[in-house]
Design a protein around this ligand. Structure first.
Ligand code: AMP
Ligand code: MG
Length: 470
């Protein structure tokens, strides 16, 4: 047990679930852990105080008092194929209670082999863990629900990939790590009692205010649909492409999870794909709402035994409920894009006007983020789009819609709040990761993390991340 000054408050509710949902773990210590990144403000939020001395905990070399290290069991559809998965390289230390009374999972990603590792080594490389830190924190500061990053330690051990890489562990903080895949596991390998216990745990953890409703499974289904409809709209609005929306990477909490081959759009391209193995564009930018709906359908299927005793009736309830995803998604997206374009109220032609802009952006290969910034500040440089006559015409219609001449000041103020000055563009992320992994120089990583902390501040410091080299 660690000599810890930190104020860990572990509750460990997850261990009350039936044993088949997890495997208790001994820790897998690493040789020479070094703290590489530490999220001071998150530590404060969690009530943990200064934690620099807790390297042994972030390395998985020692467990904090009252922690119950375990690996979670889950299954999932990966690129459409159902597989048994589970935490193959992550250890959940436990659920920590924050000073505000919120429960959060503290998980070590890259903490060694578990019973779910299959052929894998259970480890993670420094580059991808730094990447998850940068991307998830940027996401959080954009105001989008996500898992958080508390620390990265390098392990002093090699990991073998296509080349030999430096090992690292990320301490990930999440509302929970329950996934659609956790329910698929319960449905496939458990009893109705197991499934029911999982539903109760999920409601207690994420939607406690809704716990007393008549049909728990239906309540949960509705809540997850609602939160995912909001999350996916948030992603589309900032141009985020998750890259691998497998059902094991879709949370029950509605947080973004698993930053693998994800990226933010530079050029607006609905077909943009960032996973090298996604040859059919299953997880392309424009396909994300449809894939979310597909994943939620898999989720609903797992709940059928609890939705109604009569299977036909259960399917009917699930289908009707799933229909609401599309509607909620479109409403969220439309409301968000109106804000980005400074449109007050709702007019019937709004969607048409937005789609005209998007079509022009696609045609002229305009940068997604910078086009909205150009409109915000009325500075039209750096894009071929801005010289097109069709864009001039669109601008006239838009100015009429937003009553530009009457309210240009207020309009700019409003649009600044909804159009980020900075997103973590792949070019800058990769540049920072190269410096960190090849030369152990973390200056660029730290600068990028700093610059993405307040994306709606529109500072000069953020300017330099605006134009990625073409
Ligand atoms: P991901 O692509 O990160 O969502 O992981 C998919 C599945 O592969 C999960 O069950 C992971 O735990 C597992 N996995 C990924 N990398 C490794 C690894 N290096 N060792 C063992 N399991 C892994
Ligand atoms: Mg995953």
């Amino acid at each position: 047990m660690a000599e810890s000054n930190a104020n860990w408050q572990f509750t460990n509710h997850y261990t009350k679930l039936p044993e088949k949902f997890f495997s208790r773990m001994a820790l897998n210590p690493v040789r020479e852990p070094k703290l590489v990144l530490f999220n001071e403000s998150l530590a404060q939020e969690l009530g943990l105080g200064a934690l620099q001395e807790e390297i042994a905990i972030f390395a998985g070399n020692e467990a904090p008092e009252n922690a119950t290290p375990l690996a979670q069991a889950y299954a999932g559809h990966q690129f459409g194929h159902f597989t048994m998965l589970g935490d193959g390289r992550a250890i959940l230390l436990g659920e920590h209670l924050t000073p505000e009374g919120n429960s959060v999972d503290i998980q070590l990603k890259g903490a060694g082999r578990t019973p779910y590792s299959r052929g894998g080594d259970g480890r993670a490389a420094l580059g991808p863990m730094l990447r998850e830190y940068i991307m998830s924190e940027a996401m959080h500061h954009l105001g989008i629900p996500t898992t958080r990053a508390l620390a990265v330690v390098s392990t002093g051990e090699d990991v073998m990939r296509e080349e030999v890489l430096e090992g690292a562990i990320l301490t990930r903080v999440a509302a929970s790590h329950l996934r659609v895949g956790t329910f698929q596991y319960a449905y496939q390998f458990g009893t109705d009692t197991d499934l029911s216990a999982l539903v109760t745990y999920a409601l207690e953890t994420h939607y406690p205010e809704q716990i007393d409703q008549e049909n728990s499974a239906l309540t949960l289904l509705k809540a997850v649909i609602q939160h995912q409809a909001s999350l996916i709209a948030d992603w589309q609005l900032v141009g985020f492409v998750h890259g691998v929306m497998n059902t094991d990477n879709m949370t029950i909490s509605g947080e973004t999870i698993d930053y693998g081959p994800c990226a933010f759009l530079d050029t607006y391209d609905p077909e943009a794909v960032f996973s090298s193995i996604d040859r059919n564009g299953r997880y392309a930018y424009a396909n994300q709402p449809a894939i979310a709906e597909w994943n939620l359908t898999r989720f609903a299927e797992t709940l059928l035994p609890l939705l109604h005793d009569d299977e036909k009736e259960a399917v009917k309830i699930a289908t009707e409920t799933l229909y609401t995803f599309r509607k909620q998604y479109v409403e969220n997206w439309l409301s968000g894009v109106r804000k980005k374009l400074g449109m007050d109220g709702e007019e019937a032609e709004d969607e048409q006007l937005v789609n005209e802009l998007l079509a022009l952006m696609e045609k002229y290969e305009a940068d997604y983020t910078n086009t909205f910034l150009a409109l915000t500040f009325q500075v039209f440089t750096g894009e071929v789009l801005f010289e097109a006559e069709a864009f001039e015409n669109w601008l006239i219609k838009w100015k009429l819609r937003v009553r530009f001449d009457e309210r240009s000041e207020a309009l700019m103020m409003q649009m600044k709040q909804h159009n980020p000055a900075i997103i973590p563009r792949n070019y800058y992320v990769e540049e920072a990761l190269q410096a960190a992994t090849k030369h152990h120089n973390f200056t660029k990583v730290n600068e990028l993390i700093e610059a993405t902390k307040n994306p709606y501040a529109h500072t000069n410091f953020q300017e330099k991340y605006k134009y990625p080299p073409k």
